[in-house]
Design a protein around this ligand. Structure first.
Ligand code: ZN
Length: 467
């Protein structure tokens, strides 16, 4: 299920980093970002009380299940209708058209060694994954159990799938597998002239990600450190997280990025945790390419898919530290009041060749994080569509249509400088939105464009003063 990618040490250590080309002669791990890593992962197990079932098949009469969620800032148990979402005893939809299978219990050791500058890596499966099954006797699984994780993921992913399929029936979406908290241990070693000069060992924790190559969505375990920092919710209890990851699958379906060219693993976000830099780290100049711009648009797209597909009472991030304002699509600002606009300062930061020093805490947005620029895109799209449309379905369809347009126009845009590529991508969204609504830009639309993306109005004919 987990596929080892030929990555540099620097990339190997973090689950959600930008992928870099493998460099044969890299002498030291250039920079190690140890966010989302821990030596103390919290193990998620099956709900033992449900191991013996009196009946061996789910029937329609038993299709209501109670889910353990984190919504409106608190833990809550909510009943949902599971019609068509459990097959035999497997947590997957009937026919496995949306979810191919839910897995648990996998344990993997990934070893990366840099010997005199030559990096090699291998992966060993320590324990194989098994299918998550549920027992029809009871409608409730223990909070934090493997069944609970799989049921939450299956319910909200299926909801997004059904909504998108209803709006765009011609698009065929491949089924994905749900990987429940695999233990992924990373072991890194730097050997110089026969001497081990640096070693690092940790588990991937505290995040969720989508892998296009394997059509899978993984929920990583949480860690003791995460709990101690005051984060009490699990990602799989926040419906927006599963829906966001599935949004990346929709993006990949409509506008696929070849796996080897995909600049990022599509993770949910680092929650602004501090980075640890390995000793002797060499700071490399940043190089922002069109693929990074697409990475940011992909993040914003995934937030929008989630925001428009889920019910209003399911899509909130209240009480989720670092994310509740930054990733709330309807919030016009970040937590510190910075507006979500493509301002000169935001763009200068995103495209800068120097890395921004991470601020302590997470209220100040770091525009070099693709999730943050993605949040600007998501709120900008929502602001533009709110006045022009009546329903969430209309907005969702326009966002999907924009990505279809991107797929068509992208090849002609690839020679653009990244900054121009971003501007043209947003302009294409405006054009798509206008074409799909009243088909005209009025003065208020132009003023909104100027607010969202200062300077963009100059390239929109309808926003020019009549001569
Ligand atoms: Zn993401």
């Amino acid at each position: 299920m987990l596929k080892l990618l030929p990555l540099m040490l620097a990339v190997a250590v973090t689950a959600c980093a930008k992928k870099t080309e493998e460099k044969k002669n890299s002498i030291k791990p250039s920079k190690v970002v140890a966010t989302n890593q821990s030596l103390h992962p919290i193990v998620v197990e099956s709900d033992k009380s449900k191991s013996l079932c009196s009946v061996m098949k789910y029937e329609d009469s038993q299709r209501n299940l109670s889910l353990s969620l984190f919504l409106r800032g608190e833990d809550t148990d909510e009943e949902r209708v599971f019609a068509g979402l459990i097959e035999e005893l497997f947590v997957r939809d009937l026919g496995a058209k949306i979810i191919s299978q839910s897995h648990k219990g996998q344990s993997v050791l990934q070893t990366f060694t840099s010997t005199d500058g030559v990096v090699s890596g291998e992966e060993k499966e320590l324990s194989a994954a098994s299918n998550v099954t549920v027992c029809p006797d009871d409608g409730k699984y223990a909070k934090g159990s493997a069944e609970s994780v799989a049921l939450n993921a299956t319910f909200f992913i299926s909801k997004v799938n059904r909504k998108v399929s209803e709006l765009l029936p011609s698009v065929k979406i491949n089924p994905i597998s749900v990987e429940v908290t695999p233990m992924i241990k990373k072991k890194l070693q730097v050997i110089d002239k026969g001497i081990v000069i640096w070693e690092y060992e940790a588990f991937d924790t505290d995040n969720a990600y989508y892998m296009p190559g394997t059509d899978s969505i993984t929920f990583l375990p949480h860690s003791e450190e995460f709990r101690q920092m005051g984060y009490k919710m699990n990602f799989w209890e926040v419906p927006m997280v599963a829906a966001h990851e599935y949004g990346h699958h929709i993006f990949q379906t409509i506008n696929p990025t070849p796996e080897e060219k995909s600049a990022h693993l599509n993770c949910f976000g680092k929650m602004g945790m501090k980075s640890n830099v390995a000793p002797e780290a060499e700071v490399e100049a940043r190089e922002v390419a069109n693929d990074d711009v697409l990475g940011a648009l992909n993040e914003g797209f995934a937030d929008l898919i989630s925001f428009y597909s889920l019910d209003n009472q399911e899509r909130g991030l209240k009480g989720v530290p670092c994310l509740e304002i930054a990733r709330d699509v309807s919030s016009k600002t970040f937590a510190d009041g910075t507006p979500k606009n493509f301002t000169a300062a935001a763009l200068e930061s995103f495209f800068s060749d120097k890395e921004t020093e991470p601020a302590s805490g997470c209220s100040i947005p770091n525009f070099q994080d693709i999730h943050i620029l993605g949040a600007v895109f998501a709120n900008s799209v929502d602001r533009f569509l709110t006045g022009a449309t009546d329903t969430k379905d209309q907005r969702l369809l326009i966002v999907l249509n924009w990505l279809q347009e991107m797929k068509v126009k992208q090849a002609g845009m690839k020679t653009l400088a990244p900054k121009d590529f971003l501007r043209e991508s947003f302009k294409l969204f405006i054009e798509t939105a206008v074409a799909k609504t009243d088909n005209k830009m009025d003065a208020a639309d132009c003023a909104l464009v100027t607010e969202i993306y200062p300077g963009l109005e100059a390239s929109i004919a309808a926003c020019q003063p009549a001569i």
